[in-house]
Design a protein around this ligand. Structure first.
Ligand SMILES: [Ca+2]
Ligand SMILES: [Ca+2]
Ligand SMILES: [Ca+2]
Ligand SMILES: [Ca+2]
Length: 386
């Protein structure tokens, strides 16, 4: 007798528990389908629901049941509309614009939701659908920080995620420094930094601009002259491993006359820096620079050697002569090349002298000297004859 009420209570509890468990399995969180409309007009006569709106679609809403979990994917915002009867006459009644769901995802970045908890509404979480990894991710800026499903919450990989931002492009599911695009690497800001070098790499005679990944961001550097260890070097930038790299280059080891670092490249400063060039490699080089001979054909200073046609003998290397030297009679002048050197005796002018054959002037000199002597001789011989 004493224990009877407790026994009854226990029986009721067991019955309640059994009912509770069975109702939870049969009434677990789920998505219920409804008809929605893109537009809806209230208070118009109707006989059935579809007359109240246009653009009817089937979509879902979470049903609040006794626990469990369900995932939904935002389809858009639509109206509910229903035909309600009062006194035998139907009138349309429209609901508010409502976010409705699909049961499966359809696009990258689509908003995804999880409904769970005691009545499917105590634990709500939302994220973005990552279609490449098939998961609902939680974003921090352009990166995935975590993801979730009905089995739990997980740490994200922290990588750039196109489901989080439209700016991620080819860096989706990649981290800072990872390869992307055709010749790029991802920056810390999740953009793909493509590498390029205007002078094609290590071109020491051209001032180049190199752009690409450097230290987590996209940067650009110009080849430049730097003072290091008491000497001026060329700091040459180039692309390496899809990023920017650089080296110090000593222009003075060159043999083409471009022996100084000038304005981000190897160049000449003085005419003496330039080796012989031009026709037959016999023309002395000139440097288009303030300390050299400015080349009027190029505006400003290019700090490069050039070899114009010669106009006089000293513009040719030692022991060679210019066929346009002013000492040559105009009728015999050439187009301005250095020749008539000892290595080509057949080309010595008139086959007699180097650069200054007597035919150019000595005949005239001899004639004038002789006439003066003649006058003196004539003058004195005049006295002796007396
Ligand atoms: Ca992704
Ligand atoms: Ca370069
Ligand atoms: Ca260069
Ligand atoms: Ca110039």
């Amino acid at each position: 007798m004493v224990y009877k009420p407790k026994l009854i209570s226990l029986c009721f509890f067991v019955i309640f528990l059994t009912f509770s468990i069975s109702s939870q399995t049969s009434l677990a969180c789920h998505l219920q389908s409804y008809t929605f409309f893109t537009s809806c007009t209230s208070n118009v006569p109707c006989t059935y629901d579809a007359q109240c709106g246009t653009g009817a679609i089937t979509a879902y809403l979470p049903r609040t049941d006794e626990g469990g979990c369900v995932m939904g994917y935002i389809k858009g915002r639509y109206y509910t509309g229903s035909c309600g009867f009062s006194g035998g006459i139907g009138y349309c009644s429209c609901g508010d614009l409502t976010s409705v769901l699909d049961t499966s995802p359809s696009s990258n970045g689509q908003e995804c939701e999880r409904w769970s908890g005691r009545r499917c509404d105590t634990d709500y979480e939302e994220g973005n659908w990552d279609s490449s990894d098939s998961k609902c991710v939680v974003c921090n800026g352009k990166r995935e920080v975590s993801y979730f499903d009905c089995n739990g919450d997980y740490n994200g990989d922290g990588k750039c995620e196109s489901a989080c931002s439209n700016d991620v492009g080819s860096c989706d599911d990649r981290d800072t420094g990872d390869y992307c695009g055709t010749n790029g690497r991802c920056t810390s800001d999740c953009s793909c930094c493509e590498a390029s070098d205007s002078d094609g790499g290590k071109e020491y005679t051209v001032k180049g601009t190199t752009s690409g990944y450097y230290g987590g961001s996209c940067q650009s550097f110009n080849d430049t002259c730097v003072l290091e260890f008491g000497k001026v070097y060329l700091e040459e930038y180039f692309i390496s491993n899809r990023g920017i790299n650089s080296e110090l280059y000593d222009c003075s080891q060159r043999t083409d006359g471009l022996v100084h670092c000038v304005d981000g490249r190897c160049g000449c400063l003085y005419d003496s820096d330039c080796p012989p060039g031009g026709t037959n490699n016999l023309v002395k080089g000139k440097c288009d620079s303030p300390s050299g001979t400015d080349n009027p054909d190029t505006s400003g200073y290019t700090y490069t050697c050039y070899w114009p046609a010669c106009t006089k003998n000293d513009e040719c290397v030692d022991n060679y002569c210019c066929d346009k030297d002013p000492a040559i009679p105009a009728a015999d002048q050439g187009s301005g090349t250095c020749n008539w050197g000892p290595s080509s005796s057949s080309r010595i002018y008139k086959n007699k002298y180097l650069c200054d054959p007597p035919e150019w002037s000595s005949d005239i000199k001899t004639t004038s000297n002789k006439s003066v002597l003649d006058l003196i001789f004539i003058f004195f011989s005049h006295f002796f004859q007396r």
